[in-house]
Structures are given as C-alpha cells and as structure tokens.
Design a protein around this ligand. Structure first.
Ligand SMILES: [Zn+2]
Length: 172
C-alpha cells in the first residue's frame, strides 16, 4: 500500500478527532502549568505522552505496513518523520532537511497542528509540541535507531514555526 493511499483512506472523523485532540492537549498543558510544574518537567511529560501515542499509532495506522522493509538509511528516517507527522495530523510538514554532518534532521511546520491557535507568550523553555518528539523517538526505536529528538522552537511560545531536531546517535 502506498503512503498516499494510506493517508487517502483516512476518514472525515479523523479531522474531528484531530480538533478534539488539540483541545484536550491544550487543557493538559495548561493543567500541568497551573499545577506548578516547571517548563522542563512539562516537556518531559509531553514527550512521555508522545511515546504512548507512538504506541497507539503502531496499532491504529498503516505505519508498520509502509516500512515493512525497514528504515535503513538517513533518507528513510527523514521520510518516516514526514509520514508520522502526516498520519498523526493529516497535514504536511512545511520543511524537512538533513543537516549537520549527516547526523541531524530538522523538521518544521509553519502551521503546526499541535499548537494551532495556541499563544502562550514568552515561555522559551516550554516546548509545547514536544509530544511529536516522543512519537518519533518511540517509532524509530522500533526500527533500531538510537536517536534523540527535541523541539527547538515553537510557535506557541512566539517563534514563526515549530522545529524539531532529530539527532542520530547510531543504530542499535
Ligand atoms: Zn507546534
């Protein structure tokens, strides 16, 4: 099954569930902040949340089918990140590129689905969309990639796009 047809088969309910997800997600973040958690603690919680969501995506999406032959090259990692984003948000990343000395991938979206309509003002230490980092770490771990992901800049806290940096540490 092709990547396009997996996405094309998504139903209208997916859009509704994404809108619901955004609402629930912002409630969770504001609850954590009101609860007195530091931005760093919130980031960690959101990343763990993402890992749980990654587990759900394996069960409910065609992700595993699409990468049956494995994720073997850096280009495949970049492709899988774009696909994971699309499967989860039903929209495309605005940019994804391999940088550094071939050990970094930067993915960004100027219309990020995670923080759509969220404005938290100046909170540079809070990575509102860190959940996506957790999703990527979980799914690529299954394919034997030792990576760490963090959100470098976030629209919710004033940047003009959300950017995630995927650092490749090697294969397991
Ligand atoms: Zn975002």
């Amino acid at each position: 099954m092709s990547y396009k047809s997996i996405i094309g088969s998504k139903k209208r309910e997916d859009k509704i569930s994404i809108a619901l997800f955004g609402g629930v997600y912002s409630q969770i973040v504001s609850h954590l902040l009101k609860d007195g958690k530091s931005p760093q603690e919130v980031n960690e919680i959101l990343k763990r949340f993402g890992k749980n969501m990654g587990e759900r995506l394996v069960i409910t999406s065609g992700f595993v089918d699409y990468f049956k032959s494995g994720i073997n090259k850096l280009e495949d990692v970049a492709k899988s990140v774009a696909l994971i984003y699309k499967m989860h948000t039903n929209q495309e990343l605005s940019d994804i590129k391999i940088s550094g000395s071939g050990d970094l991938i930067e993915a960004s979206d100027t219309h990020c689905a995670f923080c759509k309509d969220v404005k938290l003002g100046e909170m540079p230490d809070l990575h509102y969309c860190e959940t996506f980092s957790g999703i990527i770490e979980y799914l690529l771990d299954i394919y034997g990639w030792n990576i760490s992901v963090h959100e470098k800049e976030c629209k919710a806290t004033g940047a003009d796009k959300c950017t995630w940096v995927i650092r490749i540490k090697g294969r397991k």
